[in-house]
Ligand binder design. Structure first.
Ligand SMILES: [Zn+2]
Length: 165
């Protein structure tokens, strides 16, 4: 397992759409292991998309289990070609991102989602989730569509703040 360097804004790769994974190969599995290591190397980090290490494949990893924000969760989720099939409600929260160092922002997301994806064995999965886990999944799927949270805030003047560390 290798910790990979994170690409940050304004790198244009972050604005590109990622490609669907056609086949889960040994390289895909190695990439997923490296993404997990990279995610867990950053304390408080709850999700990562492959594009954040420069690889334009529709793969995200979400793990909110260690977060203080939410106790209900599904642990470590590896999602290949994730697709939101249904969503409802709205929820606003403060988001940050490894690719947007130094800033956080208020973003409105869907409260509940139903997401379809492939697991690491290529089996089709369906997950219904809500709250913080759902927010993180939406944030990571945005990366696959070339968006970062700054593209979602209503106002760059009033909804983006310097990170307090
Ligand atoms: Zn992000």
């Amino acid at each position: 397992m290798k910790i990979l360097p994170i690409i940050t804004i304004p790198n244009p790769i972050l604005k590109q759409s990622s490609f669907h994974v056609q086949e889960i190969t040994k390289e895909t599995k190695d990439l997923i292991e490296n993404l997990k290591a990279t995610l867990h190397a950053h304390p408080r980090c709850v999700g990562i998309a492959a594009v954040q290490v420069g690889i334009l494949q529709r793969i995200i990893i979400v793990d909110v289990a260690q977060s203080l924000k939410e106790h209900r969760n599904n642990g470590l989720l590896v999602m290949i070609n994730p697709d939101i099939k249904y969503c409802s409600g709205e929820i606003s929260s403060r988001e940050g991102c490894l690719s947007v160092p130094n800033f956080v922002g208020n973003v409105v997301r869907k409260k509940k989602i139903e997401v379809e994806y492939l697991n690491i064995n290529g089996d089709k999965q369906e997950l219904k989730t809500s709250g913080f886990e759902a927010i993180v999944i939406q944030h990571e799927i945005d990366h696959l569509n070339g968006k970062v949270f700054l593209d979602r805030v209503i106002s760059l003047n009033t909804d983006v703040f310097r990170r307090e560390n």
